[in-house]
Design a protein around this ligand. Structure first.
Ligand code: G6P
Length: 611
């Protein structure tokens, strides 16, 4: 939610910042801006994409070796030039880029207005800039003192980079609730919302913690708490290669990420499945796996696609561990005073590790005494740091806003956890455990085969690109996959789509079916196969158009459905990992044919750091 990058050194700051913003654009893309220092501080801002900002900046020859940029996902005030960041304080001494929400901004604004301060935008960020300026001037403070004081007065979340035009040899950065990472270079330093724009220049990073404030010069870095204590920075090496954040010849990041799934899934279990498929070892759970096995109840919390993965997790855990599982939207869980009993385990799932609702739900669960286990993709993000233990999915950077490989790798981690716990508890026999692991190890190759439906998915997309509605049905493990398929279609192609348990269709959605309504039925072979066959008959009896995802060689549904896409055979527990592939591809091609911006769909953002 909003991308931030700052640079201080001797290189061309303008180029570094614009390129960095392009890498961060997945975080928000409704307006953008840049501030450059070269004697004076010049600001360029516009509504629209980073490309629009680049065109604007290119009309000027102004450059510098220090600066910062922002790509926005609007929270306060519509996305126009005025509300774009950087925001400048009323006397022009402070220039601010901000990710997050200042919750008490209205109160602060009223107070400042009563002191004669004038505002030009509708943003909460301008309130913060003006508060800093006001404290700076009234108290005759240094920039650092004014910023620190202001941050002690604001409530809410922020990732901030601030320039004081009177102290142009430094950038100030501060974090609370919204991520910021410093890239440590030689004679230059970087600051950004995540490491993707930094890895091109350095692998040495410092993740800021909540309440940290950093004073960043080109060859000096001081880290303090806003409670003014000095902190010893912890520099980490990150293992992120620039190639991992390029499209590598694919038309879109989403397509690249769909095709990367065999590799991503393999990375998820690599080193965790013992030789000869004899067992599973999840290092991150070493100290908690026994407690998990003894737990009375598991609560899974997540948002969006990660919530769908959680739902698959519920089915897997209950089947193999016999521990009751509840799956909750983090945003609901956090606000309804949930009951946490002794012996409850909470599993939080998040690709980004930064989703504000999931983070808040984790904090609440821990405050109520639960042990919280994280499943995350982004190494070093906030959620892994807020949980008691956890497992990384190792999917690699996911840039497309619509989640694909995050889903399949999260399901894989949940399966590994459940098998491991089930085996420890004895609800899963030695031989069943081994069989499951053997099948698990074959999933990358099976996904590779499932990807062969790509051309067929494109042909289907040509037929259905102009549909207005679509229904997605599935049962058992395939119900969450139906939800995920519908979400993929609506978020990138803006076609209304609904996912439903196949049997529930007759309690409502069946009324929608007519000869124009495509119904995607996820119907690979498992225990409910016969029942799904009946559901397909019910749709056909009402002249609905059936697109079925079936197991290779299926002869029954292939005769009934109007169109079929085949995936390889696997055990029911892994069926979703394969069945989701044609759904991802179908949504992708429909969105491309409709001329939609696949990687950056309207109104969405990859990392939702506001509640
Ligand atoms: C946003 C993204 C989704 C993602 C959801 C949860 O809505 O667009 O793709 O599933 O946030 O994000 P998380 O990073 O917590 O998995």
């Amino acid at each position: 939610m909003c991308g931030i990058i700052g640079y201080i050194g001797s290189k061309n700051a303008r180029e570094i910042i614009i390129n960095g913003l392009k890498r961060l654009e997945y975080r928000g893309y409704d307006s953008a801006g840049i501030a450059l220092i070269n004697g004076e501080t010049k600001i360029f801002k516009c509504a629209g994409r980073v490309k629009d900002l680049e065109d604007l900046v290119n009309k000027s020859s102004f450059n510098g070796t220090t600066g910062m940029g922002h790509t926005r996902w609007a929270t306060h005030g519509e996305p126009n030039e005025l509300n774009a960041h950087p925001q400048v304080s009323y006397k022009g001494n402070f220039v601010v880029v901000h990710n997050g929400i200042i919750e008490n901004y209205a109160l602060l604004k009223k107070h400042l207005e009563s002191r004669g301060v004038k505002f030009t935008s509708q943003t909460d960020t301008e309130v913060l800039a003006n508060l800093i300026e006001h404290l700076y001037l009234e108290g005759d403070l240094t920039a650092e003192q004014a910023i620190t004081l202001a941050l002690n007065r604001v409530e809410g979340a922020y990732g901030l980079v601030i320039i004081c035009t009177k102290e142009p040899d430094r950038l100030f950065a501060a974090k609370k609730g919204s991520p910021l990472v410093i890239g440590v270079g030689d004679g230059e330093n970087f600051i950004a919302s995540d490491a993707t724009p930094i890895v091109e220049y350095t692998q040495r990073v410092i993740y800021l913690n909540d309440d940290d404030i950093a004073i960043i010069k080109k060859d000096e870095l001081v880290l303090k708490s806003i409670r003014t204590k000095k902190i010893q920075p912890e520099v980490k090496e990150i293992d992120l290669k620039i190639g991992e954040i390029d499209k590598e010849g694919f038309a879109h990041f989403m397509l690249k990420e769909i095709f990367e799934q065999p590799r991503a899934i393999h990375d998820t279990f690599r080193g965790r499945v013992l030789p000869d498929n004899s067992g599973i070892m999840l290092g991150g759970l070493h100290d908690v796996i026994e407690t998990m096995a003894q737990s009375e109840r598991i609560i899974i919390i997540a948002c969006g696609t990660s919530w769908h993965a959680g739902l698959v997790g519920e089915y897997i855990f209950e089947e193999y561990t016999r521990i009751p599982v509840e799956v909750e939207y983090a945003s609901e869980f956090r606000y309804r005073n949930p009951i946490i009993r002794k012996g409850d385990i909470v599993i939080a799932i998040s690709q980004s590790g930064e989703t504000a609702d999931t983070l808040a739900a984790i904090k609440l669960a821990r405050a109520k005494g639960a042990k919280v286990i994280g499943i995350c993709n982004v190494v070093g993000s906030s959620i892994p740091r807020e949980t008691d233990a956890g497992v990384y999915t190792h999917a690699g950077p996911e840039i497309g806003v619509a989640s694909t490989k995050a889903f399949t790798t999260q399901v894989m981690v949940l399966a590994m956890m459940a098998f491991e716990i089930g085996h420890q508890k004895g609800t899963l026999s030695d031989s069943a455990y081994k069989d499951l692991i053997t099948e698990l190890a074959s999933i990358p190759e099976k996904i590779e085969n499932a990807l062969k439906v790509n051309d067929q998915a494109l042909e289907l997309a040509k037929i259905f690109q102009n549909t207005h509605n679509a229904l997605y049905l599935g049962r058992g493990y395939l119900f969450p996959v139906a939800l995920e398929g519908a979400l993929k279609l609506k978020e990138i192609s803006y076609i209304h789509a609904e996912g439903y348990p196949a049997a529930e269709m007759k309690h409502g959605p069946i009324a929608l079916i007519d000869e124009k309504m495509p119904v995607v039925v996820v119907a690979t072979k498992d225990d409910t196969y016969e029942k799904v066959v009946s559901n397909i008959q019910e749709i056909k009896a009402r002249k609905g158009i059936v697109i079925a995802i079936v197991t290779e060689g299926d002869e029954i549904i292939s005769k009934m459905a109007d169109y079929v896409l085949e995936v390889p055979e696997t055990l029911p527990v892994f069926s979703g990992l394969l069945a989701v592939i044609p759904l991802q591809l179908l949504s992708y091609h429909i969105a491309v044919l409709r001329g939609c911006n696949v990687d950056q769909p309207r109104n969405l953002a990859k990392s939702v750091t506001v509640e």
